[in-house]
Design a protein around this ligand. Structure first.
Ligand code: MOS
Length: 768
């Protein structure tokens, strides 16, 4: 019988206590590392790969419904303004315009308004319209007469710091006696580096199509969390959850920016409600780059104290974070506090309130920013100590989470270091360095990855095996582009003993009410796959019981593999259909629930990346030639999907280091490069050689698969490894990322790696 138990749920480092439904029958042991598996651990192409590449996959923006209207949004032209006039008459009178909603007309939003009459960032929605065609909607937005009085804005972090504009009080986490430990240290290094505002820039922008039938709302939403979107729409429109259906069949990426319903789905649903017509609202690229979300700009000051033998004795990190209007303060200091063994540590966070959209999650939020700076400081320490950077990291290896004192459920970081060193040719690093025949300066740098990614309950799956021997797996997965439906297919087929092509996994629809969590926090594989395996285990056991009825051999003496049922003594070997065909129209059903993570552990992912760069000192150009990425995320279910995930993360990290940066005009407070022309995404020409390996050892403490998540880990160490390779090549560091030509030339000109820029305000001084 199912039971309700109290357990802890983790999402991107946040812990909450929850009740979850568990089934004591979901008790399969984790496959051992040497298990003889037919499918798990072997590369498999995507279940939906052909649909995606042929254009047959239906993304939210592809949905066309009879009578569907098109929405457009009027956005704030200023960073801070008061609407003095909003004349909607002319817009309403245009042909083909069906609705205009504005701050004073919109109702039914249940709580915080989505349309503002005082705007606090450029691009903030003020009004929304719906028309028969996209052109009619655009014309209506043009016809809205907006009067807006510009008010003072703050986008400059130092100004915000001076004015002590915080989204919440600065906070401090302290362990040990940090000041005394620094005083006693043999060597102290300090490094201050800025990291850029970084846009998620998913290939598919945010968008939704909303359709009411009576009091029932169906919404196609480009979201990472369709169940969260359902809950949010139900709350906003005061509907029971069962009256909202969210469909998220194909998603073109999210990277953290697509949590819940989003403003797009809520506005589309409101416009659909008032017009009684289906409404489509999809961001254009400018809106997406302006209002889709971002990783925050930070300035981090990291101080490290060590003994001459390399042992870290004290760490301090102060992170100034330009949050925009708010949002969760991501764990920027997590690497400083936990990446290496250190008794005395202090992390300080200064979350500044600035006139920008509230920041949101972006692939390993906080930790990517933190590692990017902290790991550069670790390299500076290695230089000061005269110790090889990789060796310094090995010396300070730690086997437990130092904030909680709990051991890691598994950690194979040392194996990652060893393998990354081999694959990169780390031993020849010094020969590589310096001017080459081609006139370029080469260097090699490393960095360590840490992140969560253990997943947890709740997550469920159901499976039906039919007479033809085909299994239909129903999950709540929204496959945001990572291939998690295929991962589920592999796990189900393995446990069912069926070939892959006899298993089909569906997700992307809340109607079945089979829950999976948000595709975030690197949790889909570790959260959902154990539920899929449990469900498959029940179907397999029932299948073998039924086989025993038909074949008159005890179920315990039977096994199923490759679509065949065999007796253990080898005397019997029949296709599964020999049994299933007797089902007629009946099916063999099984449901699985993801059990809790074990108490007494912290679950983390680890890895090491080593980058090789070539620097053209005359042009200030940095080219990443090669990145070796070796990660420990427990068991790898689909090596093909895993390496794709890692390649994408590395490339996104390379661009974070070299080119991507939202630039905001301090005078107007308006982003000036909110387009794909000016916001420098990497192109295929920027892709280095990327070498991926996984340690691939199952975590024995995680339920039944031993797999952790991989969505976020690969981006975490890349920028730091690239910056460290640059420092190795040139002896200099850029004070700010990305390492644009201007910044590189400044760093190469400056003395001792210091740029010429003015000294920034120390956050602690601003507080006095
Ligand atoms: Mo989170 S950045 O949605 O994985």
């Amino acid at each position: 019988m199912p039971r309700l138990v109290r357990t802890q749920r983790e999402m991107e480092g946040r812990f909450e206590d929850v009740w979850v439904l568990v089934d004591p029958d979901d008790d399969l042991e984790t496959w051992p590392a040497d298990a003889d598996l037919a499918l798990v651990g072997r590369p498999a192409v995507r279940q939906d790969g052909a649909l995606r590449v042929t254009g047959d996959a239906r993304y939210t923006g592809d949905i066309q419904l009879p009578g569907m209207l098109h929405a457009a949004v009027l956005r704030s032209p200023v960073a801070h303004g008061r609407v003095t006039r909003l004349d909607v008459g002319a817009a309403r009178a245009l042909p083909g315009v069906r609705a205009v909603i504005a701050p004073d007309t919109s109702v039914g939003f249940g709580g915080d308004p989505l349309l503002a009459s005082e705007t606090e960032y450029a691009g903030q929605p003020i009004a929304a319209v719906a028309g028969d065609t996209p052109e009619a909607a655009a014309a209506a937005v043009d016809a809205l007469r907006l009067g807006i009085e510009a008010l003072p804005h703050v986008v400059d972090p130092d100004e915000a710091l001076r004015e002590q504009r915080f989204t919440k009080e600065p906070s401090e986490t302290v362990r040990g006696d940090v000041d005394a430990a620094f005083a006693a240290a043999d060597v102290v290094v300090e490094l201050e580096i800025e990291t850029p505002a970084h846009l998620q820039t998913a290939l598919e922008p945010h968008g939704a199509v909303a359709h009411w039938e009576g009091e029932e709302l169906t919404a196609w939403v480009s979201t990472q969390g369709m169940f969260d979107a359902r809950a949010e729409l139900a709350r906003r429109f005061s509907l029971p959850r069962e009256s909202v259906r969210v469909i998220t069949e194909f998603v073109g990426g999210g990277f953290g920016a697509k949590q819940g319903a989003g403003v797009e789905a809520i506005l589309a649903a409101e416009l659909a409600r008032v017009t009684r017509r289906p409404v489509r609202l999809v961001n254009d690229r400018h809106a997406e780059q302006l209002d889709g979300g971002r990783r925050s700009w930070t300035r981090q000051t990291v101080k490290l104290g060590a003994r001459v033998d390399g042992g870290l004795v004290a760490v301090e990190s102060a992170a100034v974070i330009s949050m925009g209007l708010g949002g969760w303060v991501f764990p920027v200091n997590q690497p400083a506090l936990n990446l290496y063994a250190v008794e005395h540590a202090r992390g300080m966070e200064f979350p500044l309130r600035t006139n920008l959209r509230a920041h949101n999650a972006f692939r390993a939020p906080g930790v990517t920013e933190g590692v990017t700076v902290f790991e550069q400081a670790v390299d500076e320490l290695a230089l000061a100590l005269g110790i090889d950077p990789l060796e310094l990291r090995r010396l300070n290896h730690v086997e437990r989470d130092q904030q909680s004192g709990l051991p890691y459920s598994s950690k194979h970081l040392l194996a990652c270091y060893d393998r990354a060193a081999e694959l990169s040719g780390w031993a020849q690093r010094e020969t590589l360095r310096g001017p080459q025949a081609d006139g370029l300066l080469r260097g090699m740098g490393c960095a360590t990855q840490i992140w969560w990614g253990g997943g947890g309950p709740p997550a469920h799956a159901t499976i039906r095996l039919d007479a033809s021997g085909h299994a239909l797996v129903t999950t709540g997965i929204q496959d945001i582009g990572t291939g998690t439906l295929t991962t589920a297919r592999i796990v189900a087929a393995e446990e069912l003993g069926l070939p892959l092509d006899r298993v089909r996994v569906i997700g992307g629809d809340t109607r079945a009410n089979v829950y999976a969590p948000v595709s975030g926090g690197s949790m889909t594989t570790p959260a959902v796959m154990p539920a899929v395996r449990s469900a498959a285990g029940k179907v397999r056991r029932t299948l073998l019981e039924l086989a025993s009825d038909v074949l008159e051999i005890a179920a315990d003496d039977l096994a199923v593999r490759d679509g065949r049922i065999r007796s253990r003594d080898g005397g019997l070997d029949v296709p599964v259909t020999e049994v299933t065909e007797k089902l007629g129209h009946a099916t063999i059903d099984g449901s699985g629930a993801r059990g809790p993570n074990p108490d007494g552990f912290r679950v983390h992912t680890f890895g090491c990346q080593i980058a090789q760069v070539a620097v053209d000192a005359a042009l200030g150009e940095v080219r990443v030639e090669r990145v070796v990425a070796v990660h420990d995320v427990g068991r790898i279910v689909n090596p093909l999907g895993a390496s794709s995930q890692a390649e994408g993360g590395v490339l996104q990290g390379v661009a974070y280091a070299l080119s991507e940066e939202l630039v905001i005009d301090p005078t107007t407070g308006v982003p000036v490069n909110a387009s794909l022309d000016d916001y420098k995404l990497p192109t295929i020409a920027d892709v280095p050689e990327i070498v991926i390996e996984f340690v691939n050892v199952p975590d024995p403490n995680l339920p039944n698969i031993g797999a952790k998540g991989l969505g976020e880990p690969p981006i975490v160490p890349t920028a730091a490894a690239v910056a460290n390779a640059f420092a190795h090549a040139t002896g200099r560091r850029c004070r700010a990322l990305p390492m644009t030509r201007a910044r590189v030339l400044e760093a190469l000109r400056g003395a001792e790696g210091e740029g010429e820029g003015e000294a920034s305000l120390a956050p602690t001084e601003a507080l006095q």
